[in-house]
Design a protein around this ligand. Structure first.
Ligand code: C2E
Ligand code: CA
Length: 564
């Protein structure tokens, strides 16, 4: 493959001579084997070299020229890092000049009047080969374990390849072995190495078939740069054999992210970053082992980067707004306002109103959620106080607490300050903690929740039914209310089992003396079912969407005498 890299490319040679007849003659000799460029003086030569340094294979340089002569050109080249590695053959009729030019870094010399064309061509080829081999030896270093290229050489090679094959459309592919570190831990390093070699062999086999190149990027990931293929299913299946011949079904999986039809003008490392995104997208996804980086992903990525960039300034400019979705207590013949859930919205200066589904997961990934949540909690504390001042009632408001918040050592202090500063009675500032937080790191969460309850906070377990806590876990978990996930609501009117499930949850909660809240109630039919099942509180579009502060204030004004 290395050989192909050197031999197949069109090579560029720059002929520098002040005399037109010499330029023409050399051009004539070289023309059939090389792409020839010309310069008629030292300055023009240096300009051209700088512009084409990365595709230039050789310079033929006349020593005796008016203005900047060949020595000066060699001298300048030796100080310019981009030109230091371009081989130069000097053109001279003077023995003295030969020695001096060699000392200045020339690779070889040709004497005037010129020898036979064959000899000239042979010496040129020799110099180019020598130069390329030295460069290759410098960069080659394949990965010792798998024999694939290392990443430095790989990227260098991809760049070279692109330069000389502008007409070939390429695919950048990233492959990764799921849970490789676990396989290593379970079966030992030696076995892990065996897996890596088996996968590498399959990759090498495919690169031989399709052309292109591949490297081991790091421990368990591989990069492939191959001419565009249409059948990825086949490619994937062929490479995955390396893995499936060694391990049991389900122990691991090969993931493949593809950025297809890469244009040679792009930055190659960036192309692979996109392919990597696609590869990461399917990290936890069941189904196909490969995914594409497409325009939509690209747009999403850019948008996410913008949102992250804008976060701090938006927070300062008050672009984040707290909305309140009312909760109603179910009475025999009516419902009464019993509280509200605080839900954040982002009135983004450019994108307009954004909903938490778009930015909360993003902020959870990099910790910005802590700052946002604290902002929301502080706003809510102030607002509860204000409503009390205006209407003489305390509206019980629940806020969402991200799992990330639960690992902050000062969370209890921060929250209790809000309650104290605003004189909020115990139990009127409620915390919603999602069920999956409990199941992910149970003991840690339980400890924090216990501390929060000890200082007077009420805790609602949010999204119940989406995590993995079993019903009997409810006995032991410290919670004050259970919010049944809105997913159930969509199903209870059509699916008898979903309905039974919700009824059972409500029964058990009643037995444990824990009130239940049904969220996402959108229709009367849904309401009738959960009311019939004995649910205590409802929240959902059927009763009210989340409201801005003014509308929520209006609702409190209207209903302040009938609170539940
Ligand atoms: P969640 O805690 O499950 O909140 C309920 C979500 O259901 C809200 O979406 C609400 O607008 C929506 N919803 C309410 N009634 C209905 C209904 O009848 N039908 C349907 N289909 N949906 C309904 P929203 O406001 O987009 O919030 C999404 C999630 O973002 C919330 O889910 C919560 O987990 C999170 N979130 C919202 N605000 C905050 C916050 O300040 N901090 C943190 N950490 N998370 C927040
Ligand atoms: Ca919630």
């Amino acid at each position: 493959m290395k050989k192909g890299a050197n031999d197949d490319f069109i090579k560029f040679v720059l002929v520098v001579d002040d005399e037109e007849v010499n330029r023409e003659m050399l051009g004539f000799i070289l023309g059939s084997s090389y792409e020839v460029m010309y310069a008629s003086d030292g300055d023009e030569a240096l300009d051209k070299m700088r512009s084409f340094s990365d595709i230039l294979s050789l310079v033929l340089l006349d020593i005796m020229m008016p203005g900047k002569d060949g020595y000066q050109v060699l001298e300048e080249m030796s100080h310019d890092p981009s030109l230091q590695t371009v081989p130069v053959i000097v053109l001279t009729s003077d023995k003295e000049a030969e020695i001096r030019s060699l000392q200045l870094g020339a690779a070889d010399f040709l004497t005037k009047p010129y020898d036979q064309p064959e000899i000239i061509l042979a010496r040129i080829r020799h110099s180019i080969d020598l130069y390329e081999n030295t460069n290759l030896i410098h960069a080659t270093e394949t990965d010792a374990l798998t024999g694939l290229y290392n990443k430095e050489f790989f990227f260098e090679y991809c760049n070279q390849y692109d330069k000389h094959h502008t007409d070939i459309s390429m695919d950048a592919i990233v492959m990764n072995i799921n849970r490789f570190h676990l396989l290593n831990a379970m079966y030992g390093r030696h076995f892990g190495d065996k897996i890596l070699c088996a996968v590498s062999n399959r990759i090498r086999h495919n690169v031989m078939i399709h052309g292109g190149m591949a490297c081991r990027y790091d421990a368990d990931s591989f990069y492939l740069y191959i001419p565009h293929v249409d059948d990825y299913e086949e490619l994937y299946r062929s490479i995955v054999m390396g893995l499936t011949e060694l391990i049991k079904d389900g122990e691991s999986r090969l993931r493949m992210g593809i950025y297809s039809n890469v244009s040679g003008d792009n930055n190659i490392e960036e192309d692979f970053a996109w392919a990597l995104q696609a590869c990461n997208l399917i990290r936890n996804r069941i189904g196909s082992g490969f995914a594409f980086y497409d325009d939509e992903m690209h747009r999403k990525q850019i948008r996410e980067a913008t949102l992250l960039d804008d976060f701090e300034a938006s927070l300062e400019n008050g672009e984040f707004k707290v909305f309140y979705q009312p909760k109603f207590r179910i009475m025999k013949n009516k419902t009464v306002l019993s509280g509200a859930e605080a839900l954040v919205r982002w009135g983004h200066h450019k994108f307009g109103m954004l909903y938490p589904g778009e930015f909360i997961p993003l902020f959870e990934e990099n910790g910005k959620i802590r700052k946002l949540d604290r902002y929301v909690w502080t706003e809510v504390g102030r607002q509860i106080r204000k409503w009390h001042e205006d209407f003489g009632v305390f509206l019980r408001v629940s806020v969402n607490v991200s799992r990330i918040d639960m690992y902050e050592s000062d969370i209890t202090g921060f929250l209790s300050d809000i309650v104290l500063d605003n004189d909020i009675p115990d139990g009127d500032f409620v915390l919603e903690i999602t069920e999956s937080s409990y199941t992910e790191n149970s003991q840690q969460i339980v400890d924090v929740v216990n501390r929060l309850r000890a200082i007077g906070f009420k805790i609602e377990m949010d999204d119940f039914g989406t995590g993995y806590s079993s019903l009997n876990m409810l006995y032991s978990l410290p919670i004050d209310a259970l919010k049944i996930d809105k997913e159930f609501m969509g199903e209870i009117t059509t699916d008898e089992r979903a309905k039974k499930m919700v009824e059972l949850v409500i029964d058990i909660a009643q037995f444990l003396d824990i009130p239940t809240i049904a969220e996402g109630v959108e229709t009367e039919a849904q309401y009738d079912i959960i009311k019939g099942a004995g649910c205590d509180i409802v929240q959902g579009y059927f009763f009210s969407t989340p409201l801005n502060v003014d509308d929520m204030t209006e609702m409190i004004r209207e209903r302040k005498d009938d609170f539940g």
